[in-house]
Design a protein around this ligand. Structure first.
Ligand SMILES: Cc1cc2nc3c(=O)[nH]c(=O)nc-3n(C[C@H](O)[C@H](O)[C@H](O)COP(=O)(O)OP(=O)(O)OC[C@H]3O[C@@H](n4cnc5c(N)ncnc54)[C@H](O)[C@@H]3O)c2cc1C
Length: 585
């Protein structure tokens, strides 16, 4: 039975210049006609002026309607699909519907069940749905507020709008991708034109440029940059790469979650703060398409969006943000710390917060990078493991963390395949783990194997694996891939006065007070928590020894470290720059 609301039938509305001018559709399907009627009525009341609400209660009729809408190129904004529709599961229906309307946001309609058994838990983890709605709903908190949020995300994704830049370059060219990554990190709207497309050729031809100049960036006003450096790009989009201050209260090194949080808190407490970032803000988190475990974002948030907001917040509190500015050294001179920039300049600071993070070793497979958060995960978390019930999952890595992840996943997954580049686990994994893996039938170890490619539109569907000795490739179905191939702290630039362990910075109680040599702790008082072996220099985030490698932990470090740096500054003989200015005023 069809229960249309808002419009009696989803017939196409007007088409002008080959483009649909119809109101986008909110599509609802549930096998209970009463639910469809109630939901379509409620949605029409609030959203009916801008959207057509279309309801169906049978799978066949629902798919037929969606096919007609696709044929007439009518945009569908939301697919609201009941999880349990009898003849076809809601997830399967969503998959078919999404094939027809790939830009639509997928909303799973479920009963209220806040247990781990709820189908939402698995669907979200595997990237099979974008959001959920619960039945029954309260109008304002459950329905209107959340639907408005879903629609805002849909509108953001499909925005054709105004492109500030055109990027012309090679589809598989590393420099072109770096350039686009920079623009994305800065939230700059741009359009990519492949250099070998008609449009791309015409654009570089009009500028009289050769192919050797690629990639080329053309601003809307015609200003053109051929193979620009990161600093040129940052300047072109309004970011600052220069620092005109020689002294300040606090220098923060690194603008990942830890550094950005430190900047927000330091600047908001009135400390004159300079943030120095080697590339652009975001750090590792900025490269994650979806962070699902950051508190307060039940549907996840892109790491780029999260860190972009923190960056703007720090700037609004008055932090001086300097991008494309690597710090090359750090030294203590009397009561001041001197930060050396790669270009040769120096900044004197009352306190320094070092937050350079780590560089995770990446698989380097672009298609898998696009699916991070939607079936591809760096590291393994408990919530994801639970969602792997009955699934086939893969783990890449041969260290203890990979072994532990495989065993943890095997408690839920149907089959866990551990992909190892070498010939065995014995050289790299603790013996007890190797034994446990051997005794767990659900875990298979695949030696001499590397991941060559990944496949899937919205979520991981399969992997191409390559046998290293023979080079032979095979494609295997995969519900999830967990990558645990280690990382290195980015602390090579720190002088020998810092106590490091495997490159990680010792702080607080971990600083050895009886250490001889240049990294000796020089004071009678013990180091403050998060203080390094150099008094007045603090460390936060992933690069700190014993850190928990998570966004929320880095944020926690960033907030805590400012309190400690402030405490340090106020006990120093020298008054912080901003405080002395207050005293003068
Ligand atoms: C793909 C991916 C997905 C992830 N997903 C999640 C997730 O879902 N949930 C979660 O909790 N965690 C996740 N993590 C981990 C999380 O991103 C990190 O724990 C977090 O970003 C650490 O923050 P940080 O500020 O300490 O370091 P980083 O994020 O690494 O930031 C450090 C910054 O310092 C800069 N820098 C380094 N050296 C210098 C220098 N000499 N001068 C100036 N600047 C410098 C770097 O360019 C970088 O911008 C993920 C990590 C990756 C790689």
């Amino acid at each position: 039975m069809a229960t249309p609301a808002g419009s009696a039938a989803p017939a196409p509305e007007a088409v002008a210049d080959g483009k649909p001018t119809s109101r986008p559709v909110l599509f609802v399907i549930d096998d209970e006609a009463g639910v469809v009627r109630a939901l379509t009525d409620d949605l029409t009341r609030r959203f009916g002026a801008d959207f057509r609400v279309v309801g169906e209660s049978s799978v066949g009729a629902g798919l037929a309607v969606l096919r007609r809408l696709a044929d007439s190129r009518d945009p569908v904004a939301l697919l609201i699909v009941d999880h349990d529709m009898g003849d076809m599961g809601g997830i399967e229906f969503l998959a078919h519907a999404h094939d027809l309307h790939p830009l639509a946001k997928r909303v799973l309609l479920v009963e209220r069940d806040y247990s781990a058994r709820s189908p939402v838990v698995r669907a979200m983890t595997l990237g099979e749905a974008d959001y959920h709605l619960t039945k029954p709903w309260l109008l304002e908190p459950d329905l209107y507020r959340v639907i408005s949020e879903f629609l805002a995300e849909w509108a953001k994704d499909r925005q054709a709008g105004f492109d500030l830049f055109h990027v012309v370059g090679g589809l598989h060219d590393r420099r072109t991708h770096e350039l686009m990554e920079l623009l994305t990190r800065f939230n700059v709207p741009f359009r990519f034109e492949a250099a070998d497309s008609d449009q791309g050729r015409a654009m570089i031809g009009r500028k009289g440029l050769e192919e050797s100049c690629l990639p080329v960036m053309i601003r809307h006003d015609g200003y053109t940059m051929a193979d620009p450096s990161a600093a040129q790009v940052v300047e072109a989009v309004g970011g600052s790469t220069r620092n005109d201050l020689d002294e300040c209260d606090v220098v923060v090194v690194g603008a990942g979650p830890a550094g950005l949080t430190a900047a927000v808190y330091a600047a908001s407490e009135g400390l004159q703060t300079i943030v120095l970032e080697e590339t652009v803000s975001g750090g590792q988190a900025g490269s994650s398409p979806k962070i699902r475990n950051y508190p307060g974002f039940p549907y996840g948030i892109s790491g780029h969006e999260l860190t972009r907001r923190a960056c703007e917040q720090a700037w609004m509190f008055g932090a001086h943000m300097v991008f494309s500015q690597p710090v090359a050294g750090l030294q203590s001179c009397g009561g001041r710390r001197v930060v050396h920039l790669a270009g040769g300049r120096e900044i004197a600071a009352g306190a320094v917060i070092v937050a350079p993070g780590i560089s995770w070793r990446r698989l380097g497979v672009p298609r898998l990078e696009d699916l991070v958060g939607s079936g591809v995960f760096y590291g393994v978390a408990g919530s994801e493991a639970r969602a792997m019930e009955g699934r086939d999952v893969f783990v890449v890595g041969a260290g203890n963390s990979a072994g532990q992840a495989a065993l943890h996943l095997a408690r839920h997954a149907r089959q866990v395949t551990l992909l190892v580049r070498g010939d065995s686990l014995e050289h790299s994994m603790s013996e007890y783990l190797v034994r446990e893996i051997g005794a767990t039938p659900a875990v298979t170890v695949c030696p001499h194997t590397e991941v060559a490619d990944g496949h899937g539109e919205d979520r991981l569907e399969s992997l191409t694996l390559r046998d290293r000795p023979t080079g032979q490739a095979r494609q295997v179905a995969a519900d999830a891939l967990f990558v645990l191939i280690g990382g290195d702290p980015r602390t090579g630039w720190l002088p020998e006065t810092f106590q490091l362990i495997d490159g990680y910075i010792r702080t607080g109680r971990d600083v050895l007070r009886d250490e001889a040599g240049p990294s000796r702790w020089p004071l009678d008082r013990p180091p403050l928590p998060l203080e390094t072996s150099v008094p007045g220099v603090f460390a936060a985030g992933d690069a700190r020894y014993r850190s928990i490698k998570r966004v929320a932990s880095a944020v926690g470090d960033g907030a805590t470290v400012v309190r400690l740096a402030h405490e340090y500054l106020t006990t120093q003989a020298e008054v912080p720059v901003s405080l002395s200015r207050l005293a003068d005023g």
